[in-house]
Design a protein around this ligand. Structure first.
Ligand code: GLP
Length: 243
């Protein structure tokens, strides 16, 4: 798979440093990059490292446009479980990103919001570098396992397993929103470069299946095998079945 580069790092801190260095290198090549950003616990270390580099004057986001992958729906921007809140607390509140975009969890009409979000990504010239985490069931963004790869930005019903997995961030499972807006698989696959991150033994099986399993919408992450430029960074625990 010459289209996939795999880094197996010693631990989460090393994974986060490697990932921030790849983002930094991309911005050095193209200061006005369009970055696709992810939420979840995995990219938090990367964002911390980017903030550190920014404070040290080693990275500049002043020409960067950012698009987040997904957002719960409905959710207010002030809800501390919204991805809008997550991004402010982990990155946007601390660096000088020129323009940030996150699907609007407060939109009146989710269909219109999806169509407008997709149009906005296209109008930006497309995503230069898309950062991805991976769900335990292989979801990327909130593209859940299904029968066909979903195409563009769309409204989705979350899997019971995703609701359960994400309940750790909420007071209890019943508070986890049942729906979300997410970039589609086509949206993600149109990114010029993809950076997939995974940490911990709990991700070892799904990382093996994503990279070496059957390409099927039953495991949305498997589609990444068809992308022309994917970099995967795992720690030794998440990478134990691929090296
Ligand atoms: C969430 C997000 C995904 C993320 C995934 C994994 O559901 N929508 O974009 O990749 O969960 O999260 P974590 O990194 O916490 O394992």
């Amino acid at each position: 798979m010459s289209n996939v580069k795999i880094f197996v790092e010693k631990d989460y801190a090393a994974l986060s440093r490697r990932s921030a260095q790849i983002i930094k290198a991309r911005l050095e090549e193209k200061a006005a990059s369009v970055l696709g950003l992810a939420t979840g616990s995995t990219p938090i270390g990367t964002y911390e490292e980017l903030v550190r580099l920014f404070n040290a004057g080693e990275i500049d986001f002043s020409q960067v446009t950012a698009f987040n992958l997904d957002e719960y729906f409905p959710v207010t921007k002030e809800n501390n479980q919204s991805y809008a809140y997550f991004m402010r607390k982990n990155l946007f509140g601390f660096v000088n990103v020129k323009e940030t975009n996150i699907p609007n969890g407060e939109a009146k009409n989710h269909e219109t919001e999806c169509a407008e979000y997709e149009k906005k990504i296209a109008a930006s010239g497309g995503i230069d570098l898309q950062i991805l985490g991976i769900g335990n069931n292989g979801h990327i963004g909130f593209n859940e396992p299904t029968d066909v790869f979903p195409s563009v930005t769309h409204y989705v019903e979350l899997d019971a397993s995703t609701i359960k997995a994400n309940a750790r961030f909420f007071a209890n499972e019943s508070e986890v929103p049942r729906h979300a807006i997410t970039m589609g698989i086509k949206t993600i696959m149109q990114a010029k470069k993809i950076l997939l991150l995974a940490s911990g033994a709990g991700k070892a099986n799904i990382i093996r299946d994503a990279l070496f399993g059957a390409i099927t919408p039953a495991n949305p992450s498997s589609v990444l095998q068809l992308h022309h430029d994917v970099t995967v960074i795992v720690d030794e625990d998440a990478g134990k079945f691929i090296c």
